[in-house]
Structures are given as structure tokens and as C-alpha cells.
Design a protein around this ligand. Structure first.
Ligand code: NI
Length: 260
């Protein structure tokens, strides 16, 4: 069995086809997918999915790209994290690609999420883009190692991966690992300790080869796992077993929440 550690099934590209999406997950050995919250306004739809489908779990957070949305407080995130289908805080982090001015509100929002994760005792789902140094600095300053979590859709260099691993975080690889030109990601895929590796789709985005450019969905995480297996000289089953065990070790409460 495989787990897709990061997807957005509530986004319009997928929201009307969830039944088919679930069917294709079943047909491809994908037994669980983590549906990621990106705003308080949209959280209701994410929770509905996780309530409706035993294979789906949820996270609560406000994405660093989001502007014009309600800013969460620590208390609010902690309370929302108490929902029975929520296993993590995020997606949070820093994104200086979409916000090139590196605004202070992003760092404040990230700090709020780390504080909430520690208060709730739940791991973090971290997004970082062109902001690795600040991301790691804030994780260290706010004590993110206490809860750990996922560096999602990892595209940074090996030294950044190493620093995140040192903080107790897992590295999650997306379909980018199947792109031939993604040399850095493929290098990281070889070097992450097998017991700290996760796989994800980030669907509806970043469909792996051979679906590149199309709408992504959790079933395609199989192609991510197959490529990681090929790179590391392991079998698909070894990667599936390891990444699934890692997911349930990181989120012990997910074991009983996911109907397998
Ligand atoms: Ni995401």
C-alpha cells in the first residue's frame, strides 16, 4: 500500500470527480491520501472530504501564498486541529517565489503555525520555495523539532534536506522526481534515509511522467514511488512499504483513522 502525503482534492480541478479519484486510488494500491488545508475559508470542504471518505485525512493551515484571507491565531489552529480527521498543521512555511519582497507577514504566519503545532502536539506540513534559509531558521527558533513533520514537495538541495532531517523532519518527494532535468531532486531522492522518506502528488499540480502537464491525482503517486525505487535500486514494494510505514510512524493517530 502507498500513501499520498499531500494532495488538494478540494481544488476545482478534482472536486467534482472525487468518487473516481478514490476508485483509481484503490486500483493503484494507494490506501490513504492527506488532504491539505490552505485557508480557513476553504477548510470546511477539506474536512468534508476527510469525513466522507475513510481513506482521506486532513490538515489545517493557511498557505504562505494566500493573501486576502483570514489570518489564523494559535488558539484557532489548535482548536481546529482537534477535529477527529485532522492529523497535522499546515500547509505552512515561506514562499519568496510568489512573494519576492519576502514579507514579514509570512514569517509571522509561519511562527503562528509552528506554535500551534507544538500546542496541539501535531506534526507540521511545511512548504518552502526560494526561502530555505529563513524556513530553517524559523523552524529552529520556534522549536519545530518538538513535533517534526514533512518538508513537502521537496525541491531544495541536499544540505537543506540534511538540515531539515536534523530537525527531525521527513522529506516528501513529488512527481518532480520523474522529470529528467530535476537533477537536484533526484540527488536528494538517492540520499534521504529510507526511514525519513515520503511520497506525494501535490495534486492537482505536478503530475509525474507519463501524465506530465495533465491534472494530477493521488493514484499517480505510484509513479513517484516507482521512480524513487528505480533511482535507489530497490523494488517498488520496498519503497511502498518504507514510505507507508514512515507516514504512520509520523502520524500514529492515522493508523486507526484510515480504514485500510
Ligand atoms: Ni500543497
Amino acid at each position: 500500500m502507498l500513501v499520498d502525503s499531500h494532495c488538494h482534492l478540494d481544488f476545482p480541478q478534482l472536486a467534482d470527480d472525487v468518487e473516481q479519484v478514490i476508485g483509481l486510488m484503490r486500483a493503484n494500491d494507494v490506501g490513504c491520501a492527506l488532504c491539505i488545508g490552505v485557508s480557513l475559508e476553504g477548510l470546511g470542504r477539506v474536512l468534508q472530504l476527510a469525513e466522507a471518505w475513510p481513506m482521506l485525512l486532513a490538515t489545517v493551515g493557511v498557505h504562505p501564498e494566500e493573501t486576502g484571507v483570514r489570518e489564523p491565531t494559535v488558539d484557532e489552529l489548535v482548536e481546529l486541529a482537534g477535529h477527529r480527521r485532522v492529523v497535522a498543521i499546515g500547509e505552512t512555511g515561506l514562499d519568496y517565489y510568489w512573494h519576492k519582497d519576502a514579507p514579514e507577514w509570512q514569517r509571522e504566519r509561519f511562527r503562528t503555525h509552528i506554535r500551534a503545532a507544538r500546542a496541539a502536539g501535531k506534526p507540521l506540513v511545511v512548504h518552502t520555495r526560494e526561502a530555505a534559509a529563513d524556513t530553517l531558521r524559523l523552524m529552529a527558533e520556534e522549536g519545530a523539532a518538538e513535533v517534526g513533520g514533512i518538508m513537502h514537495c521537496f525541491t531544495e538541495s541536499w544540505p537543506v534536506a540534511e538540515a531539515a532531517l536534523d530537525l527531525g523532519f521527513h522529506i516528501s518527494l513529488s512527481g518532480i522526481v520523474t522529470f529528467r532535468k530535476a537533477v537536484t531532486v533526484r540527488d536528494v531522492a538517492l540520499r534521504v534515509p529510507l526511514d525519513r522518506l515520503l511520497v506525494e502528488t501535490d495534486s492537482p499540480y505536478l503530475a509525474p511522467v507519463p501524465y506530465r502537464g495533465k491534472t494530477n491525482q493521488p493514484a499517480y503517486v505510484r509513479h513517484v514511488a516507482e521512480e524513487v525505487a528505480r533511482l535507489r535500486g530497490l523494488s517498488y514494494q520496498q519503497i511502498a512499504d518504507a514510505t507507508t510505514a514512515n507516514f504512520f510512524n509520523l502520524f500514529p493517530e492515522a493508523r486507526t483513522k484510515v480504514a485500510q
